[in-house]
Write a protein that binds this ligand. Structure first.
Ligand code: ASP
Ligand code: MG
Length: 688
């Protein structure tokens, strides 16, 4: 079996380049016999044409070839090959004008052949002038086959481009014709590969010299390749396609300078995309398409793309599956880039793998939200979310289907399964999961958390957690932990440049108490029944005493302050529970509210008399002389009409920050609760 490798002028331009070619040929011989077809060294054909036209002499060209020989060979061989080169130059000088151009390929291939022999390869050189008969393909195939089989070499070297006509007169296959020579050799011997080695990574969506964003087309049909080659794509000589197609042979276009890199395979398959590439000749631009069905749409899109760039097409026509435009030559490059952007630069969406811990209200809401919004998320952010893991407190599932049938260490399983860019989502109530965050960061996994227990930890641990995330180049976001979907922490962070000086933060962040304080007036429903109702509505922590005692507000205040740059600890905060908290069974607590309710009612009445309302406020205020320079407290306060929290309704939250940057307080207010709100906030954190 043979494989045909064709090298273009820049691939054989110097001794170094030729050595590279011989390396590529060497590795190809591992798989079978090779037919090496080569162009003349770069610029040679042009130089020979100039010599034939009497516009140049051969001195420079001779030197270039002799220099290559000098570098590739030593001793006796150097002398012999140099002599052969000089003899070819003499023959060229003596030849008729129209034959001079044929010597470039003789020179390059003789040097390559001699080098192979010199390296001990069983090589043969075939004279394409005697084998390739222009316009007589059957005869060409017959002669090539005969010569190749007779030669029986490991590597057969043959010049591209040159041939003879049916009268036996030496001629060429036309500029760029070496590709075609290679296809003829390949079809003649039924080769199992035809590789065209050039200096670009295959056929690209546009000429990269004109459109920097051009990219390699990995696979394309013969028809599309022919269309591109016939209309300006210089990388492939158009007549090459027919013999390969008839022989059912794939054409590979590869980059000599990056042998294993991006390349194009031209094959019998249909094209995978409606648009293949954009080519140009003069002021004529062609958008090469693969299906008639898209031409009308394409014309509209192309028109808009040109319009947006302020370019007027002088004409627009459909030609088969293609769109053909003419534009003024001065705007051609601009037009090519505009069309390329429109048709070929839609980026592949980035995939984000998610591993969710916690299958409670928030976890469930998150899953359903991801399901519902996948399409719009992809459209708006270019990101595709893929949930690859889910766990509750006992079981977990990893991979498609999310069946939670495994027991054991979820975090470890996540670390093993996580692809690059994965995000771990903590929507648990766990007091201890934060201790595993560091392992996740180390594995390059980012974390989004709605679990505020993870952040109400000693400040040094809190700070170390952030440092670790930063050091591993991943993110840690937890906007949901304060005010659910309200953009509180991201807003605070923006001001935590270290330049702003916080005067005070007031946070009305306990939904439970807002709800209860809003409804309670000392006359209607009893305090106990309001609390019970809030608990049943899922507004409270599982034990409502966590909210009433200020524990939940404390966590939020710690997070808020720390994000604002104040390293607050639990012990810095003075807490007055909203009601006396009787320990023990919940029912005993409810019973105790009978008495407590009276005090509460008195407080509410006193406030009303002053035109005030009661709010459960967590706050930090500048207080020189204290440990941190701030005093922090959580308690019920009376707020008057002028206070931003006065008009809060239901489960609304508000935070009010006063600082050097915000001499008029910054107020963020809105719905502070709800699983759906929390889920949407988590999603924002993931996508931000
Ligand atoms: N050397 C010839 C040319 O420059 C043929 C080729 O390179 O394909 O046109
Ligand atoms: Mg070429």
């Amino acid at each position: 079996m043979y494989r045909v490798l064709k090298f273009g002028g820049s691939s054989v331009a110097s001794a170094t380049a030729m050595s590279r070619v011989l390396d590529i040929v060497g590795s190809a011989t591992q798989e079978g016999k090779v037919i090496l077809v080569s162009s003349a060294i770069s610029g040679c054909t042009d130089a020979l044409l100039a010599i034939a036209a009497g516009k140049a002499d051969a001195a420079v060209l001779k030197q270039r070839h002799l220099e290559i020989v000098r570098r590739l060979f030593t001793g006796e061989e150097r002398k012999e090959v140099s002599a052969e080169v000089l003899a070819l130059f003499d023959a060229m000088e003596a030849s008729p004008l129209e034959e001079k151009v044929t010597f470039g390929e003789l020179l390059s291939t003789r040097i390559l052949y001699r080098k192979l022999i010199c390296d001990g390869t069983r090589a043969a050189w075939l004279d394409s002038r005697k084998l390739v008969v222009k316009d007589n393909i059957p005869e060409t195939y017959r002669r090539i086959k005969e010569a190749v089989f007779a030669a029986d070499a490991e590597v057969i070297v043959a010049p591209g481009f040159i041939c003879s006509d049916s009268s036996g007169k030496v001629c060429t296959l036309g500029r760029g014709g070496s590709d075609y020579s290679a296809a003829l050799y390949a079809a003649a011997v039924q080769a199992d590969a035809l590789r065209i080695w050039t200096d670009v990574p295959g056929i690209m969506t546009a000429n990269p010299k004109e459109v920097p964003a051009a990219r390699t087309i990995p696979r394309m049909s013969y028809a599309a390749a022919l269309d591109m080659a016939e209309h300006g794509a210089k990388v492939l000589y158009a007549p090459t396609v027919a013999p390969a197609m008839e022989a059912g042979l794939d054409i590979e276009i590869r980059n000599t300078f990056d042998p294993e890199g991006k390349h194009t395979v031209i094959c019998a398959e249909a094209d995978a995309t409606p648009w293949i590439g954009v080519t140009s000749e003069g002021g004529t631009i062609r958008l090469v398409g693969s299906t008639l069905a898209k031409v009308r749409d394409g014309a509209r899109q192309a028109g808009e793309a040109l319009n947006e760039s302020g370019i007027a097409a002088l004409s627009l026509e459909c030609e088969g599956n293609d769109l053909v435009f003419t534009v003024r030559e001065s705007v051609k490059i601009q037009a090519l880039n505009a069309l390329h952007r429109c048709f070929f630069q839609t980026r592949k969406p980035e995939e984000i793998a998610l591993f969710i811990a916690g299958n409670g209200a928030v976890g469930k809401a998150l899953l359903s939200l991801i399901g519902k919004s996948a399409e719009s998320v992809a459209e708006r952010s270019g990101k595709v979310l893929r949930v690859l893991g889910l766990a509750d407190s006992k079981h977990y599932g990893i991979g498609a289907g999310l069946v939670m049938d495994k027991e054991g260490d979820y975090v470890k399983a996540v670390i093993e399964a996580a692809p690059e860019g994965s995000v771990f989502v903590d929507c648990t109530d766990s007091e201890t999961l934060w201790k595993r965050y560091g392992e996740l960061f180390e594995a390059g996994i980012s974390i989004v958390s709605s679990n505020r227990r993870s952040f109400a930890i000693p400040y040094t641990d809190f700070a170390a957690m952030h440092t670790s995330a930063r050091e591993h180049g991943v993110f840690l976001r937890y906007e949901t932990t304060v005010g659910a979907a309200l953009p509180i922490l991201s807003t605070m962070l923006a001001s935590a440049t270290g330049c702003d000086d916080v005067q005070s933060i007031e946070a009305v962040v306990s939904c439970t108490l807002n709800q209860i304080l809003g409804e309670y007036n000392g006359e209607g429903a009893s305090l106990a029944s309001l609390i019970r109702r809030a608990q049943e509505a899922g507004l409270t922590e599982p034990d409502p005493r966590t909210d009433l005692g200020g524990k939940d507000a404390l966590r939020k205040l710690l997070i808020l302050s720390r994000v604002a740059g104040i390293p607050l600890e639990e012990s810095d905060v003075e807490i007055e529970p909203a009601v006396p908290l009787k320990d023990g069974p919940l029912e005993d607590f409810y019973a105790s509210l009978q008495e407590a309710g009276k005090d509460f009612a008195a407080k509410a009445r006193a406030a009303a008399v002053k035109g005030c309302r009661l709010r459960f406020v967590a706050s930090v205020d500048k207080a020189p002389g204290t440990r941190l320079g701030y005093r922090a407290s959580i308690r019920i306060r009376e707020v008057g009409l002028s206070h931003p929290a006065y008009f809060l309704q239901g489960t609304e939250n508000a935070i009010i920050v006063q600082s050097t940057f915000h001499p008029y307080p910054l107020v963020i207010q809105g719905s502070g609760e709800g699983a759906l709100q929390a889920a949407s906030s988590i999603l924002n954190d993931i996508l931000r």
